[in-house]
Design a protein around this ligand. Structure first.
Ligand code: ATP
Length: 241
């Protein structure tokens, strides 16, 4: 099957600290891949390298058949960063219009998409508020709505569900499943281990290394446990032996 993301042996160090230790990872068409690991494991750095925002010392990141960095590919990716890049002085709706236009979505199509994505993240009734009056969680939700605009073939979401209530988190995962059904792909990072169970394949990242990468159920079988959290703990202790 076609690789939408193909990371090959990414290696990066800051001084003596190796942050990416030969990371290889693929995301195929119609697939949700999770990247999980503790704080500082290298999740954001992997994503930023993949998007051409950070340089690696060696290795290649190929996204949508193009070696990164490549600016022209970025418009085809729905990226949600860990920190929100929003215009605080504008309303949520104005933010959505601005970023929608940047992705080439205009007119009625844009209005429709704003309705749809605002509904997914439950911001329909707050669209006309200024972002400076939004809570942290609302900003996360708005950032996610922006990433969804333009129905990109690839979504790259860095901790999209932080600060989001369980019921809305479910709704968001439901939306991701729909996106997969449409033949699109998602790479998502999370701290939340039970979200990992909802992915097609999950990569466990520890200290800049992928210590396991497979279907969640397969990993659980392989390690003889019932949850990804337990897989992680076992893989982590094996790694330290
Ligand atoms: N510009 C930088 N200079 C030096 N070290 C850095 C820099 N950026 C990241 N690091 C280090 O690289 C490591 C990986 O960071 P990264 O942000 O990728 O982790 P993460 O898995 O995304 O963590 P979190 O879940 O907390 O966001 C950390 O130890 C961090 O301190």
């Amino acid at each position: 099957m076609e690789n939408i993301i193909d990371l090959r042996q990414l290696y990066k160090a800051y001084g003596k600290q190796v942050v990416l230790n030969n990371i290889s990872l693929t995301v195929k068409k119609r697939e949700i891949v999770g990247l999980i690991g503790p704080s500082g494991a290298g999740k954001s750095t992997t994503i930023k390298t993949m998007l051409g925002m950070e340089k690696v010392d060696s290795g290649d990141a190929v996204v949508l058949n193009t070696t990164m960095p490549a600016r022209k590919i970025l418009v085809k990716i729905g990226y949600m960063a860990q920190s929100d890049a929003l215009y605080e002085a504008l309303t949520a709706k104005e933010n959505l219009e601005f970023f929608g236009n940047m992705k080439g979505v205009t007119g009625n199509k844009l209005a429709e998409e704003i309705d749809y994505t605002a509904n997914v993240v439950e911001l329909t009734n707050d669209l006309n508020k200024k972002v400076s009056n939004y809570s942290g969680g609302m900003k996360r939700r708005l950032s996610l709505a922006i990433a969804l605009l333009g129905a990109p073939d690839l979504l790259v979401l860095d901790e999209p569900t932080v600060g989001i209530d369980p019921s809305l988190r479910r709704k968001i995962w439901h939306e991701l499943a729909l996106i997969r059904q449409q033949g699109r792909s998602v790479l998502i990072t999370t701290h939340v281990m039970d979200e990992a169970e909802l992915t097609d394949r999950v990569a466990l990242l520890l200290g800049g290394k992928i210590i396991a990468f497979a279907e969640p159920k397969k990993l659980e079988q392989q390690y003889g446990v019932d949850t990804i959290e337990e897989v992680f703990l076992k893989a982590e202790s094996e790694e330290q032996e």
